[in-house]
Write a protein that binds this ligand. Structure first.
Ligand code: KIV
Ligand code: ZN
Length: 523
């Protein structure tokens, strides 16, 4: 028999599709919301808040479809303490086997005086009345006194007591402006739990914004003060500086489980996929240094760290990125990297160099690192090829030409040299944009049968001689392969990055993906 866990189970309430979508510019189409909701269910989210049903017909339809389709997850219908909002939320979530109503009204004096223009008595009376109204339709009622961390403590307690008396079952105490400090936020939970009659009958939930970068710390403080539900968004997206980040909170709990005394039901291996999906759908790039899902979160450039990592991962890593579905490329090669790391990376491509060759590659690597900052794999392999006078990459991009204009389809031609035969072939393609035309050429030239997943472009400097960094990812049999390249010409950088990703795939499958022969069709 399995030992029962001594840890408190924390329920994860995801509001990416409601509060997260309030992030400037992050609006989603209803069909995108449905795809994300499916992924949230796969991730093991306990409660999904799919949107604000009253706000538009499209939003209503999305909440309704998610409620119909996701039969295993609890759905929260979001509403102001207004009858029309409650009616819409009740109707849109009607077909969810498990649902709750999430009602809110402001609680701070500044909101009451300037926004609602109502007295405390009036607000408590509305809250009571609307909880009682919602309770006729739905058993589970979550109530949020908005801006509770800036409201008078006695008033929050009075409001919470009133809504519990009307049947509220979950009390969420939002730090709407991200103003609270962890000690203060924890103290509020302690005070309200101790001071509000009926508090022992309900669950407590935290909802933190990140204006001071404290959303995760505040949520953890709420857990130590008795909260059993935390509201989060994927990538921490949301109004202004965002909400408590799902991946950061979940991994803090997972990594420091015994210190925190809590655990969640989140499927860690789905974290990366979910993060990328949300970032792409919302057109919201993730900061390189964002914990867990940022590009640099598990990359090490310093020679000392790389040396330690190659001996034992735990020397400089507290989490295993692969457990979160993050492809492992822990070592990023730059000017701080040592010979050991370069040798290790070349070995991953089956390249072994003697001492003299290694010295030559290392010297040229250092010069390249000064120029490029980060030396991508394809550049390193090219340096090795120059030293050994032998082509190591399965495919090399020899030439690229693009004809772009405004009237007709863009036309491209690409010449590729294959390692085994040393044969050069040229392929032509068209597209609605120059990049599409180039990718069509490359898909013929390197028929690896992978789907083109993503292209990210970043400018590495400013001014006329700015260089662009292109990162391309392709997916083959559910594995992701990526390549990076830097050039002043961003179309060329993108093409080189695509070729590098294909080479990665071929080298890591030992050319055994069954589809790597050069296409017979060449111009
Ligand atoms: O930040 C906030 O106060 C909210 C509530 C409405 C829950 O999003
Ligand atoms: Zn919020």
């Amino acid at each position: 028999m399995q030992e029962p866990s001594a840890n408190q189970i924390i329920r994860i309430f995801d509001t990416t599709l409601r509060d997260g979508e309030q992030s400037p510019g992050a609006t989603l189409r209803p069909e995108q919301k449905i795809v994300i909701a499916r992924q949230l269910a796969k991730l093991g989210i306990d409660v999904i808040e799919p949107g604000f049903a009253i706000s538009s017909p499209g939003e209503f339809a999305a909440v309704q479809q998610i409620s119909r389709e996701l039969q295993g997850v609890e759905i929260a219908g979001f509403a102001r303490a207004i009858r029309g909002d409650i009616d819409a939320a009740v109707k849109a979530t009607m077909d969810a086997p498990r649902r709750r109503l999430h009602l809110f009204i402001s609680s701070s004096d500044i909101h009451l005086d300037f926004q609602l223009k109502k007295s405390r008595e009036q607000v408590v009376s509305i809250a009571r009345e609307m909880v009682a109204y919602g309770k006729q339709f739905v058993d589970e009622i979550e109530f949020s006194p908005m801006d509770s961390s800036r409201a008078g403590r006695e008033f929050v307690i009075e409001m919470v007591e009133a809504v519990i008396a009307e049947g509220a079952t979950i009390i969420n105490l939002p730090d709407t402006l991200g103003f609270a400090l962890p000690e203060e936020y924890g103290a509020m939970f302690r005070d309200v739990r101790a001071g509000a009659r009926g508090a022992e009958r309900v669950q407590f939930s935290a909802h933190c914004h990140n204006d001071l970068g404290l959303a995760v710390a505040n949520s953890l403080a709420a857990i130590s003060a008795g909260a059993t539900q935390i509201e989060v968004t994927v990538n921490g997206i949301g109004e202004r500086a965002g909400n408590c980040s799902l991946e950061e909170l979940v991994m803090a709990i997972e990594t420091r489980k015994s210190a925190i005394g809590a655990e969640t039901g989140i499927v860690a291996s789905e974290i990366y996929e979910t993060s990328r999906m949300v970032s792409r759908a919302m057109n919201f790039p993730i900061a390189y240094n964002k914990p867990i899902v940022g590009r640099n979160a598990f990359q090490h450039e310093s020679g000392i760290h790389q040396d330690g990592l190659l001996k034992n991962r735990n020397t400089y890593e507290i989490m295993d990125p692969e457990a979160m579905g993050i492809p492992r490329s822990m070592i990023v090669l730059g000017k701080h990297s040592g010979r050991h790391a370069i040798k290790h990376r070349l070995a991953a491509f089956g390249i072994e160099l003697n001492e003299e060759q290694m010295k030559d590659v290392y010297d040229r690597f250092k010069a390249k690192a000064d120029e490029l900052k980060i030396v991508p794999d394809d550049v390193l392999v090219r340096l090795a090829s120059e030293t050994t006078e032998q082509q190591h990459d399965p495919y090399v991009l020899v030439d690229l030409q693009v004809l772009a204009g405004t009237q007709r389809a863009r036309i491209a031609s690409v010449t590729i040299r294959e390692r085994e035969s040393q044969e050069e072939r040229t392929f032509a393609g068209t597209g609605t944009g120059p990049l599409e035309a180039v990718i069509h050429c490359l898909q013929q030239a390197i028929p690896v049968g992978a789907a083109f997943e993503d292209l990210e472009l970043h400018s590495l400097s400013t001014g006329e001689d700015a260089r662009g960094e292109a990162s391309v990812s392709i997916v083959h049999r559910q594995q992701r392969y990526s390549g990076t390249a830097v050039h002043k010409d961003i179309i060329l950088a993108s093409a080189q990055a695509y070729v590098a990703a294909c080479n990665q795939l071929i080298l890591s499958t030992g050319g055994n993906n069954g589809e790597t022969d050069i296409a017979a069709k060449s111009s």
